[in-house]
Design a protein around this ligand. Structure first.
Ligand SMILES: [Zn+2]
Length: 322
Protein backbone atom coordinates (compact mmCIF):
# COMPACT_ATOMS: atom_id res chain seq x y z
CA UNK A 1 0.00 0.00 0.00
CA UNK A 2 1.45 3.40 -0.95
CA UNK A 3 1.34 5.63 2.13
CA UNK A 4 3.37 8.51 0.72
CA UNK A 5 3.31 8.75 -3.04
CA UNK A 6 5.98 9.83 -5.49
CA UNK A 7 5.58 13.51 -6.33
CA UNK A 8 7.42 15.95 -8.59
CA UNK A 9 10.26 17.26 -6.36
CA UNK A 10 9.88 20.80 -4.98
CA UNK A 11 13.31 21.61 -6.41
CA UNK A 12 12.01 20.74 -9.91
CA UNK A 13 8.98 23.02 -9.36
CA UNK A 14 11.32 25.87 -8.36
CA UNK A 15 13.64 25.28 -11.31
CA UNK A 16 10.67 25.22 -13.73
CA UNK A 17 9.28 28.44 -12.27
CA UNK A 18 12.65 30.22 -12.48
CA UNK A 19 13.23 29.06 -16.06
CA UNK A 20 9.80 30.45 -17.02
CA UNK A 21 10.83 33.85 -15.67
CA UNK A 22 14.43 34.30 -16.70
CA UNK A 23 15.22 36.00 -20.03
CA UNK A 24 16.21 33.60 -22.86
CA UNK A 25 19.80 34.89 -22.78
CA UNK A 26 20.29 34.75 -18.99
CA UNK A 27 23.70 33.14 -18.22
CA UNK A 28 22.30 30.92 -15.45
CA UNK A 29 19.77 29.17 -17.73
CA UNK A 30 22.05 26.28 -18.88
CA UNK A 31 22.90 25.26 -15.31
CA UNK A 32 19.24 25.49 -14.19
CA UNK A 33 18.15 23.44 -17.23
CA UNK A 34 20.75 20.77 -16.49
CA UNK A 35 19.70 20.64 -12.80
CA UNK A 36 16.05 20.32 -13.83
CA UNK A 37 16.96 17.44 -16.18
CA UNK A 38 18.75 15.59 -13.35
CA UNK A 39 15.93 16.25 -10.92
CA UNK A 40 13.25 14.96 -13.32
CA UNK A 41 15.33 11.88 -14.24
CA UNK A 42 15.48 11.02 -10.54
CA UNK A 43 11.73 11.54 -10.20
CA UNK A 44 10.91 9.44 -13.27
CA UNK A 45 13.22 6.69 -12.03
CA UNK A 46 11.45 6.54 -8.69
CA UNK A 47 8.05 6.73 -10.33
CA UNK A 48 8.89 3.79 -12.59
CA UNK A 49 9.62 1.65 -9.51
CA UNK A 50 5.97 2.04 -8.42
CA UNK A 51 4.73 -0.34 -11.11
CA UNK A 52 7.10 -3.02 -9.77
CA UNK A 53 6.14 -2.34 -6.17
CA UNK A 54 2.45 -2.42 -7.09
CA UNK A 55 2.86 -6.14 -7.81
CA UNK A 56 3.85 -6.81 -4.18
CA UNK A 57 1.17 -8.16 -1.82
CA UNK A 58 -0.93 -5.08 -1.00
CA UNK A 59 -1.37 -5.57 2.74
CA UNK A 60 2.11 -6.64 3.74
CA UNK A 61 4.11 -3.64 2.63
CA UNK A 62 3.76 0.05 3.42
CA UNK A 63 5.57 2.30 0.95
CA UNK A 64 6.89 5.81 1.54
CA UNK A 65 8.48 7.91 -1.19
CA UNK A 66 10.92 10.73 -0.41
CA UNK A 67 10.86 10.94 3.34
CA UNK A 68 13.06 13.64 4.85
CA UNK A 69 13.50 13.22 8.58
CA UNK A 70 15.15 15.86 10.77
CA UNK A 71 18.17 14.48 12.61
CA UNK A 72 21.44 15.68 14.15
CA UNK A 73 23.52 17.19 12.64
CA UNK A 74 21.59 17.02 9.35
CA UNK A 75 18.23 15.63 8.21
CA UNK A 76 18.35 12.36 6.28
CA UNK A 77 16.43 11.57 3.14
CA UNK A 78 15.18 8.21 1.86
CA UNK A 79 14.15 7.68 -1.78
CA UNK A 80 11.83 4.80 -0.86
CA UNK A 81 11.19 3.20 2.54
CA UNK A 82 9.23 -0.04 2.75
CA UNK A 83 7.86 -1.23 6.08
CA UNK A 84 6.63 -4.72 6.80
CA UNK A 85 5.90 -6.50 10.09
CA UNK A 86 9.17 -8.47 9.82
CA UNK A 87 11.72 -6.13 8.19
CA UNK A 88 12.29 -2.65 6.80
CA UNK A 89 13.83 -1.94 3.43
CA UNK A 90 15.47 1.26 2.15
CA UNK A 91 15.76 1.69 -1.61
CA UNK A 92 18.16 4.19 -3.17
CA UNK A 93 17.03 4.68 -6.76
CA UNK A 94 19.47 5.56 -9.55
CA UNK A 95 18.18 6.51 -12.97
CA UNK A 96 21.44 6.76 -14.84
CA UNK A 97 21.69 5.81 -18.52
CA UNK A 98 24.49 4.04 -20.39
CA UNK A 99 26.79 1.75 -18.45
CA UNK A 100 27.35 2.04 -14.69
CA UNK A 101 30.22 0.53 -12.75
CA UNK A 102 30.25 0.29 -8.95
CA UNK A 103 33.87 1.00 -8.02
CA UNK A 104 34.39 -0.12 -4.42
CA UNK A 105 38.10 0.78 -4.41
CA UNK A 106 37.35 4.49 -4.60
CA UNK A 107 33.69 4.37 -3.55
CA UNK A 108 32.24 5.91 -6.64
CA UNK A 109 29.69 5.09 -9.28
CA UNK A 110 31.13 5.55 -12.75
CA UNK A 111 28.75 6.20 -15.59
CA UNK A 112 29.95 5.76 -19.18
CA UNK A 113 27.78 7.18 -21.91
CA UNK A 114 28.76 8.09 -25.47
CA UNK A 115 32.40 7.28 -24.54
CA UNK A 116 32.35 9.84 -21.75
CA UNK A 117 32.88 8.83 -18.11
CA UNK A 118 31.37 10.63 -15.15
CA UNK A 119 31.67 9.88 -11.41
CA UNK A 120 28.85 9.98 -8.84
CA UNK A 121 28.91 9.43 -5.06
CA UNK A 122 28.82 5.76 -4.13
CA UNK A 123 25.08 4.95 -3.69
CA UNK A 124 25.92 1.87 -1.58
CA UNK A 125 27.72 4.06 0.96
CA UNK A 126 24.79 6.50 0.78
CA UNK A 127 22.14 3.86 1.50
CA UNK A 128 24.24 2.35 4.31
CA UNK A 129 24.53 5.77 5.91
CA UNK A 130 20.75 6.17 5.61
CA UNK A 131 20.35 2.82 7.37
CA UNK A 132 22.46 4.03 10.33
CA UNK A 133 20.50 7.28 10.48
CA UNK A 134 17.12 5.54 10.35
CA UNK A 135 18.25 3.11 13.04
CA UNK A 136 19.27 5.99 15.33
CA UNK A 137 15.99 7.76 14.71
CA UNK A 138 13.89 4.62 15.40
CA UNK A 139 15.87 4.03 18.61
CA UNK A 140 15.26 7.62 19.73
CA UNK A 141 11.52 7.08 19.14
CA UNK A 142 11.62 3.79 21.08
CA UNK A 143 10.34 1.81 18.10
CA UNK A 144 11.12 -1.93 18.35
CA UNK A 145 14.08 -2.56 16.07
CA UNK A 146 13.61 -4.75 13.02
CA UNK A 147 16.21 -5.88 10.51
CA UNK A 148 16.82 -3.00 8.10
CA UNK A 149 17.79 -4.10 4.59
CA UNK A 150 19.16 -1.75 1.93
CA UNK A 151 19.27 -1.95 -1.85
CA UNK A 152 20.38 0.29 -4.70
CA UNK A 153 17.98 0.03 -7.63
CA UNK A 154 18.96 0.80 -11.21
CA UNK A 155 15.69 2.17 -12.60
CA UNK A 156 16.63 2.34 -16.28
CA UNK A 157 16.06 -1.09 -17.84
CA UNK A 158 18.51 -0.28 -20.68
CA UNK A 159 21.40 0.52 -18.32
CA UNK A 160 24.23 -2.02 -18.18
CA UNK A 161 25.23 -2.61 -14.55
CA UNK A 162 28.74 -3.82 -13.72
CA UNK A 163 30.62 -4.60 -10.49
CA UNK A 164 33.53 -6.89 -9.73
CA UNK A 165 32.64 -7.68 -6.14
CA UNK A 166 30.02 -10.25 -5.04
CA UNK A 167 28.98 -8.10 -2.04
CA UNK A 168 28.04 -5.32 -4.44
CA UNK A 169 26.04 -7.55 -6.75
CA UNK A 170 24.03 -8.55 -3.67
CA UNK A 171 23.27 -4.89 -2.89
CA UNK A 172 22.45 -3.64 -6.39
CA UNK A 173 19.36 -4.72 -8.23
CA UNK A 174 17.92 -3.90 -11.61
CA UNK A 175 14.32 -2.68 -11.57
CA UNK A 176 13.03 -5.81 -13.33
CA UNK A 177 14.31 -8.13 -10.60
CA UNK A 178 13.35 -5.94 -7.64
CA UNK A 179 10.11 -7.83 -6.81
CA UNK A 180 12.03 -11.12 -6.82
CA UNK A 181 14.67 -9.65 -4.50
CA UNK A 182 12.02 -8.32 -2.09
CA UNK A 183 10.35 -11.74 -2.04
CA UNK A 184 13.67 -13.37 -1.15
CA UNK A 185 14.18 -10.83 1.67
CA UNK A 186 10.69 -11.71 2.93
CA UNK A 187 11.74 -15.37 2.97
CA UNK A 188 14.82 -14.43 4.99
CA UNK A 189 12.81 -12.44 7.55
CA UNK A 190 9.72 -14.47 8.28
CA UNK A 191 9.11 -13.64 11.90
CA UNK A 192 6.58 -10.83 12.46
CA UNK A 193 7.99 -8.45 15.05
CA UNK A 194 5.65 -5.45 14.70
CA UNK A 195 1.90 -5.71 15.12
CA UNK A 196 -0.51 -3.87 12.79
CA UNK A 197 -1.08 -1.33 15.54
CA UNK A 198 2.66 -0.70 15.96
CA UNK A 199 3.10 -0.31 12.19
CA UNK A 200 0.27 2.20 12.12
CA UNK A 201 1.91 4.13 14.96
CA UNK A 202 5.26 4.14 13.15
CA UNK A 203 3.55 5.29 9.93
CA UNK A 204 2.10 8.28 11.78
CA UNK A 205 5.46 9.04 13.42
CA UNK A 206 7.23 9.05 10.05
CA UNK A 207 4.59 11.21 8.35
CA UNK A 208 4.64 13.67 11.23
CA UNK A 209 8.45 13.88 11.22
CA UNK A 210 8.70 14.33 7.43
CA UNK A 211 9.91 17.86 6.67
CA UNK A 212 10.17 18.71 2.96
CA UNK A 213 13.17 20.78 1.91
CA UNK A 214 12.35 23.97 0.06
CA UNK A 215 15.66 25.24 -1.35
CA UNK A 216 16.18 29.01 -1.60
CA UNK A 217 16.78 28.69 -5.31
CA UNK A 218 17.54 32.33 -6.13
CA UNK A 219 20.04 32.53 -3.25
CA UNK A 220 21.72 29.24 -4.23
CA UNK A 221 22.22 30.29 -7.85
CA UNK A 222 22.89 33.93 -6.96
CA UNK A 223 19.99 35.27 -8.99
CA UNK A 224 18.39 38.53 -7.85
CA UNK A 225 14.58 38.77 -7.77
CA UNK A 226 14.91 41.81 -10.07
CA UNK A 227 16.26 39.55 -12.82
CA UNK A 228 12.96 37.64 -12.97
CA UNK A 229 10.51 38.73 -15.65
CA UNK A 230 7.19 39.88 -14.24
CA UNK A 231 3.74 39.55 -15.80
CA UNK A 232 1.28 36.80 -16.61
CA UNK A 233 2.66 34.13 -18.94
CA UNK A 234 0.65 32.83 -21.88
CA UNK A 235 -0.26 29.16 -21.20
CA UNK A 236 -0.29 28.55 -24.95
CA UNK A 237 2.97 30.08 -26.25
CA UNK A 238 4.76 31.06 -23.00
CA UNK A 239 5.06 34.73 -24.04
CA UNK A 240 5.13 37.41 -21.34
CA UNK A 241 3.21 39.53 -20.40
CA UNK A 242 -0.46 38.91 -21.18
CA UNK A 243 -2.72 41.98 -21.12
CA UNK A 244 -5.87 42.20 -18.99
CA UNK A 245 -8.89 43.19 -21.13
CA UNK A 246 -12.61 42.70 -20.48
CA UNK A 247 -12.03 40.39 -17.50
CA UNK A 248 -9.60 38.09 -19.33
CA UNK A 249 -5.88 37.76 -20.07
CA UNK A 250 -4.97 38.22 -23.74
CA UNK A 251 -1.69 37.10 -25.32
CA UNK A 252 -0.13 39.72 -27.57
CA UNK A 253 1.92 37.10 -29.42
CA UNK A 254 -0.56 34.32 -30.23
CA UNK A 255 -3.93 35.95 -29.37
CA UNK A 256 -4.74 33.19 -26.87
CA UNK A 257 -7.07 34.29 -24.11
CA UNK A 258 -7.43 32.92 -20.59
CA UNK A 259 -9.48 33.76 -17.52
CA UNK A 260 -7.11 32.20 -14.96
CA UNK A 261 -3.55 32.53 -16.33
CA UNK A 262 -2.69 34.75 -13.33
CA UNK A 263 -2.83 31.72 -11.02
CA UNK A 264 0.43 30.33 -12.44
CA UNK A 265 2.06 33.72 -11.99
CA UNK A 266 1.00 33.90 -8.33
CA UNK A 267 2.34 30.35 -7.86
CA UNK A 268 5.71 31.45 -9.34
CA UNK A 269 5.73 34.39 -6.95
CA UNK A 270 5.05 32.15 -3.94
CA UNK A 271 7.72 29.65 -5.01
CA UNK A 272 10.48 32.06 -5.97
CA UNK A 273 9.97 35.28 -4.06
CA UNK A 274 8.03 34.86 -0.82
CA UNK A 275 4.95 33.18 0.64
CA UNK A 276 3.12 36.45 1.34
CA UNK A 277 1.82 39.14 -1.00
CA UNK A 278 0.08 42.49 -0.71
CA UNK A 279 -2.32 44.00 -3.21
CA UNK A 280 0.46 46.34 -4.40
CA UNK A 281 2.96 43.49 -4.84
CA UNK A 282 0.38 41.47 -6.75
CA UNK A 283 -0.27 44.35 -9.15
CA UNK A 284 3.46 44.89 -9.69
CA UNK A 285 4.06 41.21 -10.38
CA UNK A 286 1.05 40.74 -12.67
CA UNK A 287 1.58 44.17 -14.30
CA UNK A 288 -1.95 45.10 -13.45
CA UNK A 289 -3.07 48.71 -12.86
CA UNK A 290 -6.41 48.24 -11.16
CA UNK A 291 -6.54 47.94 -7.34
CA UNK A 292 -10.13 46.71 -7.48
CA UNK A 293 -9.37 43.92 -9.99
CA UNK A 294 -6.45 42.75 -7.82
CA UNK A 295 -8.68 42.83 -4.73
CA UNK A 296 -11.34 40.81 -6.55
CA UNK A 297 -8.77 38.24 -7.69
CA UNK A 298 -7.41 37.78 -4.18
CA UNK A 299 -10.95 37.52 -2.77
CA UNK A 300 -11.98 34.93 -5.40
CA UNK A 301 -8.98 32.76 -4.57
CA UNK A 302 -10.04 32.60 -0.89
CA UNK A 303 -6.47 33.18 0.26
CA UNK A 304 -6.08 33.56 4.04
CA UNK A 305 -5.00 37.06 5.06
CA UNK A 306 -4.26 39.26 8.02
CA UNK A 307 -4.52 42.99 8.58
CA UNK A 308 -7.08 45.55 7.59
CA UNK A 309 -7.91 46.64 4.05
CA UNK A 310 -4.91 48.92 3.41
CA UNK A 311 -2.18 46.86 5.07
CA UNK A 312 -3.64 43.45 4.25
CA UNK A 313 -1.09 40.66 3.76
CA UNK A 314 -2.18 37.48 1.96
CA UNK A 315 -0.59 34.12 2.81
CA UNK A 316 0.19 32.05 -0.28
CA UNK A 317 0.69 28.30 -0.42
CA UNK A 318 2.18 27.35 -3.81
CA UNK A 319 0.72 23.83 -3.53
CA UNK A 320 -2.79 25.35 -3.87
CA UNK A 321 -1.90 26.53 -7.38
CA UNK A 322 -1.14 23.18 -9.04
ZN1 LIG B 1 0.50 33.21 -26.49
Amino acid sequence: MIIKKCEIPIKARLLEASLCRLPATHPKRPILESELGKCMAGYRGEQSIDSVLAALPEKEYLLFHDLRIPSTPYPFQLDILILSPSFFLILEVKNVAGEIYFDDDFHQLIQTKYDQARAYDDPILQVNRQRTELLQWLTSKKVPILPIETLVVSANSLTIVRAKNKEITEKVVRKNSLALKINSLAQKHQEDILSKKELKKLTNLLLKAHTPYVPKLLEIYKISADELLTGVQCPNCRALPMKRKWGKWHCQSCSYCSSDAHLAAIRDYALLIKPTITNRELRDFLRLDSVSIATKMLRNMHIPYEGTTKSRVYHLNWRDFY
